[in-house]
Write a new protein. Structure first.
Length: 268
């Protein structure tokens, strides 16, 4: 059983929903990331989604695009991100870590080498936005023997056939994008999310996480009533951006927001 599957099993037994924060590795500088990961866990994060900086993040809105730019100014590479996960694992062997990014850096490294390096670092899942499951067999064959879960996205516009294909290929959990468009965009309708999740669950026994459009404790609580995981990204990254010149304030600020979300989610 992967670390992600084990974490969801534990949370289900406790009657809890997973809180999954996203931050971009190396934003606003490489020294911030590992201490921030620990701070988020202390604030109530159950799984960490760590963005791999990329020069053309097509699925991301301006907030997360700028986060990649800030990290890339410092030359943060895929290898550097794996090094950060290794550093995190020195004192945390339990919290699952998912890498979120794009295929190009992985292809440059090579599937087998990436999978081996990720496993050695302590990575538990990989969400690669721009590789559809129909083209991912070689990639999946490299990940699965190392108990690294492939995370795939579903959207409000996903067809029934698409849902079936994604659910067959996915591991760990299925990531449902709750609004149309890029990260940080759109209005979240919990009723529409609930209906879509009910349909997705007819095709998989995997947990279903919900991301995009979750901005505060109220939206986190609402989504926690229908999803198995609440995934929050742009709301955190925008705070990092605002505090980029005072990085010592970033961990307290994000911890406060995550703590309020965790508290609200635990009330359901």
């Amino acid at each position: 059983m992967s670390r992600i599957s084990r974490r969801f099993k534990e949370l289900k037994e406790q009657g809890k929903v997973a809180l999954v924060p996203f931050v971009t590795a190396g934003d606003p500088n490489p020294e911030v990331t590992v201490p921030l990961m620990h701070a988020m866990v202390a604030a109530g994060a159950d799984i960490i989604e760590l963005g791999v900086p990329f020069s053309d993040p097509m699925a991301d809105g301006p907030v997360i695009q700028r986060a990649s730019e800030r990290a890339l100014i410092h030359g943060v590479s895929l290898s550097d991100v794996l090094g950060m996960v290794t550093g995190f694992r020195e004192t945390d062997q339990e919290t699952p870590v998912i890498l979120m990014g794009y295929l190009n850096p992985i292809e440059v490294m090579g599937y087998a080498q990436f999978a081996e390096a990720s496993a050695d670092a302590g990575v538990d899942g990989v969400l690669t936005v721009d590789i559809p499951p129909e083209e991912a067999e070689e990639f999946l064959d490299a990940l699965r023997p190392r108990l690294i879960d492939p995370i795939f996205l579903l959207a409000p516009t996903s067809t029934e056939d698409r849902i079936k294909i994604i659910c067959r290929a996915a591991g760990g959990f299925v990531y449902y994008v709750s609004v149309k468009g890029i990260t940080g965009a759109g209005h979240l309708s919990v009723g529409e999310v609930a209906a879509k999740l009910a349909n997705i669950r007819t095709h998989t026994d995997l947990p279903v996480g919900v991301g995009f459009g979750i901005k505060d404790a109220n939206t986190a609580q609402a989504v926690a009533q229908v999803g198995d995981a609440v995934i929050v990204g742009s709301a955190l990254v925008s705070r990092i951006e605002a505090l980029a010149e005072t990085p010592e304030q970033i961990a307290p600020a994000l911890s406060q927001l995550l703590g309020s979300m965790r508290g609200a989610m635990d009330l359901i």
